[in-house]
Design a protein around this ligand. Sequence first.
Ligand SMILES: NC(=O)c1ccc[n+]([C@@H]2O[C@H](COP(=O)([O-])OP(=O)(O)OC[C@H]3O[C@@H](n4cnc5c(N)ncnc54)[C@H](O)[C@@H]3O)[C@@H](O)[C@H]2O)c1
Length: 369
Amino acid sequence: MAKNSDGSRLTVGIIGIGNISETYLRNLTTLYSDSIDVRGCADIVPGRSAQAAEQWNLPNTYTSVADLLSDSAIEAVVVLTNPVSHFDVCLEAVRAGKHVYVEKPICATPTQARALLDQAQLFNVLVSSAPDTCFGSAQQLSLKVLKSGEIGKPVAGNAFMLCHGHERWHPNPGFFYAAGAGPLMDMGPYYLTAMIGLMGSVVSVQGSAQRTFPQREIQSLPLRGSSIEVEVPTHIVGVLTFEDGALATIVTSFDVWHSQTPHLEVHGTLGSLSVPDPNRFAGAVRVRRAADEHWEDLSTPGEEEVDLRGLGVVDLAQAVHQGIAPRLGGELGLHVLEVMAAIEESAQLGSSVTIKSRAPERSLLLSDA
Ligand SMILES: NC(=O)c1ccc[n+]([C@@H]2O[C@H](COP(=O)([O-])OP(=O)(O)OC[C@H]3O[C@@H](n4cnc5c(N)ncnc54)[C@H](O)[C@@H]3O)[C@@H](O)[C@H]2O)c1
């Protein structure tokens, strides 16, 4: 992405110094340092921010979130705390007059997200939310294929995120099985942001869900061998109806050991598009028109996956400087969250649930205005 038009940088503070913070700190202080100036960080656990500030050579160490928010030089915050605290932390930031980029999901419930966005409007600040993998080469190419009309109008889609849970690698995986998390709330934002970017807004959903294992055993260090009580469904199936009439399915699971299903496909009136893992920035984008005998790989040969997280913060910086809505604006985060919450609600009710929110008009394709 380009440098801000006036050459200035957005001064940010980072809140939440856990597992994913290293990627953000590395990328924001190196790859994106033309657009972003990281002034310091804060965490609820004493010592974490000082350690990160030293490691990444940040000018300031803050003793608390309130301390960071009281720094008038900070224009925006990057919130990397656990999802259950996103609402409280983001609200405090908004009320302190800071723009916000928050990791996914935007909040734990759509009601919280709506309240946060209303407050942001009141305080005249912008809120945007992850995931920013949509700005990687794979999804950008997929969006271009859709826009070109090569596969026609989308009529169907399917998405599969099947694995056996994050307790195999995350150092503190308990929160993935607590209220507000689970495979859909945790991984759904990648798949749904991609699908909504390609196929438009969702107007209603139906869901089915199960909690297969009431406890999970942690396999990663340092908590290996301890048990997690599972509070949420861990295998969730959703049927989505899009505003333009297309139908899609999404299956997210922490209960599946092995699978060969595609990550994401969009089927149009003239052909089909295969999109690689939406949790990654690169990968093979394949297209097969109605008469084609084989799938054609459109991606650049030899392109390697690089974790480019932070592109969403650059998107926010550009929006702030241009005085426009970010592409990953909070209304998109809210729409994704409402769809996920509605799938889970539908599974409980046994009937379909209508979606009230809509995705904003602004395209996720960077070459579009
Ligand atoms: N770990 C990953 O690979 C990954 C990848 C993409 C996105 N994410 C998202 O990033 C966010 C954080 O995930 P993580 O894996 O880094 O979690 P984590 O548990 O490793 O780290 C969270 C950090 O936030 C701090 N924290 C919690 N509540 C706080 C509060 N109220 N105020 C200040 N600090 C607080 C914790 O002390 C901890 O240091 C989540 O939204 C997650 O969905 C994580």
